[in-house]
Design a protein around this ligand. Structure first.
Ligand SMILES: CC(=O)SCCNC(=O)CCNC(=O)[C@H](O)C(C)(C)COP(=O)(O)OP(=O)(O)OC[C@H]1O[C@@H](n2cnc3c(N)ncnc32)[C@H](O)[C@@H]1OP(=O)(O)O
Ligand SMILES: O=CC(=O)O
Ligand SMILES: [Mg+2]
Length: 719
């Protein structure tokens, strides 16, 4: 890693590459000059830097008191009444606000009105980031053919006629369920067409129409394709007819694909799925976001032996039955996830000190997005003129209020109307879940989502009650009552705060990226719960999850739920401890190995290669999405078991070494991979070990302090 060189800017020391990026690429075209930007940034740091530190101190103080309370109680039985009284006394629980409704201004329909999948992507990876933006539309034929939904996926590039038939039949089933014909099945259609009266399908020689004729929206053409566009629950579906195409030719109707509106929104992530530890990395992350906001991001790469260049998709022009044109967005509505309050950065220094990274993200990602909201031609990200920032890992209403005020300041500096920046509240720390209404209230004029980030939330669950006893294992911790209370409360509190029709109530990530058959069975629970969005890890998952929003009318579900009683805090606050029924030793050792493997498999690519999100096979070789939040869970679980003497340091060391050998083997095909064995002394292995051994003292159990330090070490060692 090269030594950071600084340039002075209005009392700040700014890393040269960041200054050059901001002044050379971000500011031109925004009407903001460099002096205004840097002097405003200095004010932001002076106004909010000390408060940021104080909020972190408050987290540590509360955690210290909670730890001491549990220790002092020793083996006394769990007493929720005493615990709640204690949490109230120390200010962990705050009074509920009087009933209110959010008033968040102009919000795009993808957020406020239409329910559908939300894709998340590491913005550091331009190829993926572009793919995510273009995942607004997904081929159902491709998703069914290439995933495990219809059985084990065939080899890439293969053509399996039996599978093709199964794909066509499954897609027809979806069409029959979503767009039934007046008679017959889509599987029997021998011709599709449309006229001013709507869709016409020929079944057994007779022309039939849709049972709901209004579901036909219009027609578009592209190359040899005719797209017949339908709409259901606000989501569009295109029947792509092209008898000249090999797949269309194989079907009597010429249908060659069913393209569904999939990722309505996509989070371009600067946080837990990226590894950005210095000015150089941060500029790379920001540059992709800027390209997305300007609309000119492109990436060239090799695929299938060919070089291809990926760019942002254009809008889709549809001719309505009455001849008028309807423009459908070609891209997902893009949101940007900033980092939280914890980390500081040496990319901008004030008074010789590193400064909050979250404030840098606030300034730079907002400034980049000005290019979108000032656009006068071409596709715009936000037609409502909003900038959507997802703010993670906030602990309670004071931190939410801090985010609100700091973005007000950013808006003033950048000359934006108040509340242009909308905030997505990640409900992923326990103090936020326990004070959710007050946290929403703190950002009521800009909140655009509340999302249950259950992965971080599980890590915080363990860390907060580290001294209460031993947690009951990874799955049992998730199955227990707190999680249900957390998920249910989030929906009902969101509805009570007036989010319906104004903001998203979101559910968490599907963390088994290749197990999409299982996802298709399970993730319908999200819209059924009243959530109008939920996270998916890939465009294929978005395409398949979109089907759930046709099966469930979320708005109607929200109407049913509105006003239902919110589950009490008791369940939320009761930790999932093993209690008197400890896990059998073999299960403990198996979970130890599994967690050690997950940590190592993730950390080794983070630290040595700067990859922030990986697909890591678990101990049963099921590929899992690992990011900083899943790593936090594994590290916290092992730290808890060590602290509660279920396992020993020697057992941890032994498991890490055995699993390091397995992870080395799993990565043997990667020419850039640096094995951890036999030395077990490189920065990656050390990071994994430290995450477990120091897990009780890492702030809130977060993994980023250790990961950042070790990545910087690896960069310095290896360049
Ligand atoms: C707790 C939390 O905070 S969760 C949020 C953070 N997590 C995420 O953002 C997960 C995002 N997903 C990912 O990063 C990836 O899907 C991983 C790491 C899980 C798997 O990555 P890989 O092993 O490379 O995926 P795989 O080989 O199956 O697929 C690669 C293809 O899918 C595409 N793809 C995979 N994930 C995504 C994505 N999230 N967005 C866009 N495209 C994607 C790639 O562009 C690539 O297609 P291409 O060759 O046409 O470019
Ligand atoms: O950010 C999401 C989570 O689950 O954590
Ligand atoms: Mg999270």
């Amino acid at each position: 890693m090269s030594q950071t060189r600084y340039v002075p800017k209005h009392g700040l020391e700014v890393a040269e590459e960041l200054a050059a990026f901001v002044e050379g690429q971000v500011l031109p075209g925004t009407g903001i000059d460099a002096d205004r930007f840097w002097s405003g940034y200095g004010e932001l740091l002076r106004d909010f830097g000390a408060e940021n530190r104080a909020l972190l101190d408050r987290r540590a103080e509360l955690q210290g008191r909670i730890d001491a309370w549990h220790k002092a109680r020793g083996n006394q039985p769990w007493d929720i009444t005493a615990y709640r009284a204690f949490l109230t006394e120390i200010g962990y629980l705050v009074p509920e606000p009087t009933p209110f409704a959010v008033d968040n201004g102009q919000i795009d329909p993808e957020i406020a009105q239409v329910a559908g999948p939300q894709l998340v992507v590491p913005v550091s990876n331009a190829r993926f980031a572009l793919n995510a933006a273009n995942a607004r539309w997904g081929s159902l034929y491709d998703a069914l053919y290439g995933s495990d939904v219809l059985g084990p996926p065939p080899p890439a590039g293969s053509i399996d006629p039996a599978r093709r038939e199964a794909v066509v039949a499954r897609a027809a089933q979806f069409l029959d369920e979503t767009f039934p014909l007046t008679s017959g099945s889509h599987a029997e259609v021998s011709a599709y067409d449309a006229d001013a009266e709507g869709l016409k399908a020929t079944v057994a020689g007779s022309v039939v129409t849709l049972r709901d004729p209004a579901a036909y929206v219009g027609r578009r053409t592209e190359g040899g394709d005719t797209g017949l566009v339908l709409r259901h629950n606000g989501l569009h579906v295109e029947l792509v007819v092209n008898p000249g195409h090999p797949i269309g030719a194989a079907s009597a109707s010429g249908l060659r694909d069913v393209v569904v509106e999939a990722a309505l929104s996509a989070i371009q992530d600067c946080e837990d799925s990226v590894a950005a530890v210095d000015a150089e990395d941060k500029v790379a992350v920001y540059a992709n976001w800027l390209g997305l906001m300007k609309g000119d991001l492109a990436d060239s790469f090799e695929k299938g032996g060919k070089t291809m260049t990926r760019r942002l998709a254009g809008d889709r022009q549809v001719t309505r039955p009455d001849g008028r044109t309807l423009v459908l967005q070609g891209r997902a509505l893009l949101l940007v996830r900033n980092v939280g309050l914890l980390m500081t950065t040496d990319a901008v220094r004030l008074d010789g000190q590193d400064t909050p990274e979250g404030l840098m993200d606030a300034m730079v990602t907002t400034a980049c997005a000005i290019h979108d909201i000032r656009k006068t031609e071409g596709p715009r990200n936000s037609r409502a003129g909003a900038i959507y920032v997802v703010k993670p890992k906030m602990h309670g209403p004071d931190e939410a209020a801090f985010a609100d005020r700091s973005f007000t300041k950013v808006e003033q500096i950048l000359g934006l109307p108040a509340n242009t920046v909308k905030l997505g509240l990640m409900d992923e720390e326990r103090r936020t879940s326990a004070n959710l209404a007050a946290s929403i209230h703190a950002i009521r004029n800009r909140v655009f989502f509340i999302n249950t980030g259950f992965l971080d939330r599980t890590g915080d669950e363990i860390h907060t009650s580290m001294q209460a006893g031993a947690f009951a294992g990874r799955d049992a911790t998730r199955r227990s009552g707190w999680l249900k209370a957390y998920e249910d409360r989030n929906v009902l509190i969101g509805l009570n705060c007036g989010l319906r029709g104004r903001a998203q109530i979101g559910k968490g990530m599907w963390a088994k990226p290749d197990a999409l058959a299982e996802m298709l069975g399970a993730k319908i629970a999200h819209p059924q719960s009243g959530a109008n969005t939920a996270w998916v890890p890939s465009p294929t998952a978005a395409t398949l999850h979109a089907l759930h929003y046709h099966m469930v009318d979320v708005a109607a579900r929200q109407d049913e739920l509105q006003g239902q009683p919110v589950p009490d805090l008791d369940a939320l606050l009761t930790p999932a401890l093993m209690g008197d029924t400890p896990l059998p030793q073999d299960q403990i050792l198996r979970e130890l190995d599994n967690s050690a493997q997950g940590i190592l498999g993730y950390v080794v690519r983070w630290v040595d290669q700067g990859v922030g999100c990986s697909k890591v096979p678990d101990i049963d070789d099921v590929p899992m999405m690992e990011d900083r939040a899943t790593c936090r869970i594994s590290a916290q679980l092992l730290a808890n078991w060590l602290e509660q003497r279920l396992i020993t340091r020697d057992q941890v060391e032994d498991a890490l070494r055995r699993m390091a050998l397995k992870v080395d083997e799993q990565n043997a095909g990667d020419p850039n991979y640096v094995p951890m064995a036999p030395g077990f002394d490189g920065p990656a292995f050390e990071a994994a070990r430290d995450l477990v051994l120091t897990g009780t003292t890492q702030p809130s159990g977060y993994t980023e302090p250790e990961l950042h330090a070790r990545r910087r070490q690896a960069k310095a060692l290896r360049g």
